[in-house]
Write a protein that binds this ligand. Structure first.
Ligand code: PMP
Ligand code: GLN
Length: 380
């Protein structure tokens, strides 16, 4: 029998985490913090777990969480959102799958922006979509009007945006987002806007939700993730915000993917989303400082870095650092020789990959980050 899969069998994150374990390396590859999230959020989930109910929650999510998501987005982004515009999913990954499977019909063109998060292309292909790529390149990773006009046209059904952009750590500005929104309106295109990193933007930047731009309220599926908002990546609780008709289509796919998400985690997230703004500002400040620690330590070792405007990630520019190895080769050698795991960027492209950039996760203790930089400096 032939068990060959239509999708890659191991993601780059799994591959590098397995190598990190095998070599007992510091794992700055897969993006996850080395601390647990806020104790009060975990306690709210624990209380809900003990007190119940623990039976199937409603398919679209616990009413208390749907209301909390709408209120949170109103408060932090100024969005006009109602509980009926919200669907709870089992992580942003499931939200992406539900949205893509619901909205892409065989033969539809789907515009993807590379470097692209690893789940997008396999899901689009499973839905029978025809991918069209916009290729962003370092050091600016800028989305231009020219790129947009070349990729989006009358045949386009859907565009998938990730902002802030993992793995490039780029935060798109208003001009870029407006250009994308105008193209969506002009060609009657739906947008999936994966904004799981919305709370992690640095240096006074603010996150601009695509759904807030002119003409986008009824054509955007906004995706968020409690795993990122509360630094607990194992909590697979995601949410979708979209206008009722669009949301109904996504919910239709969701009901046959997972149907629902564990109620205690939903209750914990509902509590957490109500934390004061100061909590989220503090988190941004803490991660910003971690980014600075890693950036300083790597610079002192002579590495050239690309700007990290958001996410948990900082990218090394290999060519500018005087390293002429490919990104994948460099990562494979460093996990063995330096005992530090990182993520190459080339797997985030379908063609013509950028091969001179690697991604490091700075959501770790200061001592871990400085030790990793020291090891890399010695081995590179
Ligand atoms: N989209 C992006 C851009 C991500 O970086 C991640 C995970 N870091 C996800 C989706 C998946 O989120 P979740 O763990 O909530 O499924
Ligand atoms: N989103 C995480 C990252 O970018 C990985 C999630 C996963 O392993 N699927 O590192």
């Amino acid at each position: 029998m032939n068990f060959s899969s239509r999708t890659p069998t191991v993601t780059i994150f799994e591959e590098m985490s397995a190598l990190a374990r095998a070599h007992d390396a510091i794992n700055l590859g897969q993006g996850f913090p080395d601390t647990d999230g806020p104790i009060e959020v975990r306690r709210a989930a624990a209380d809900a777990l003990i007190e119940g109910p623990n039976q199937y929650p409603p398919m679209r999510g616990l009413p208390v969480l749907r209301a909390a998501v709408a209120a949170h987005y109103g408060r932090v982004h100024g969005l006009d959102a109602a509980p009926d515009d919200v669907l709870v999913t089992s992580g942003a990954t499931e939200a992406l799958a539900a949205a893509i499977l619901a909205l892409v019909r065989p033969g539809d063109e789907v515009v993807l922006i590379s470097p692209m998060y690893d789940a997008y292309l396999p899901l689009v292909q499973q839905a029978g979509g025809i991918p069209r790529f916009i290729r962003l390149a370092p050091p600016a990773w800028r989305l231009t009007q020219e790129d947009i006009d070349a990729a989006i046209g009358p045949a386009t059904r859907l565009v998938i945006l990730n902002n802030p952009l993992n793995p490039a750590a780029r935060v798109f500005d208003r001009e870029e987002l407006l250009a994308l929104a105008q193209a969506c309106v002009r060609h009657d295109v739906i947008a999936i806007s994966d904004e799981v990193w919305e709370h992690l933007v640095f240096d006074g930047r603010s996150h601009i939700p695509l759904i807030a731009l002119p003409g986008m309220r009824d054509r955007t599926v906004k995706i968020g993730s409690a795993g990122k908002i509360f630094s607990m990546t194992g909590w697979k609780v995601g949410f979708v915000l979209a206008a009722p008709d669009l949301l109904a289509a996504v919910a239709g796919a969701h009901q046959f993917l997972t149907f629902t998400t564990p109620p205690a985690l939903q209750a914990g997230v509902a509590f957490g989303l109500g934390l004061p703004n100061a909590h989220f500002e503090q988190m941004r400040g803490d991660y910003g400082r971690s980014r600075n620690v890693l950036a300083r330590a790597l610079s002192e070792e002579g590495f050239a870095l690309l700007p990290s405007e958001g996410t948990y990630f900082l990218c090394l520019d290999l060519a500018a650092s005087g390293i002429d190895e490919g990104d994948r080769e460099f990562c494979l050698r460093m996990v063995r020789e330096a005992g530090v795991a990182m993520i190459p960027l080339s797997p985030f492209y379908a063609d013509d990959p950028v091969r001179s950039v690697v991604r490091l996760c700075f959501a770790k203790a200061e001592a871990t980050l400085t030790e990793a930089a020291r090891r890399l400096g010695r081995a590179a």
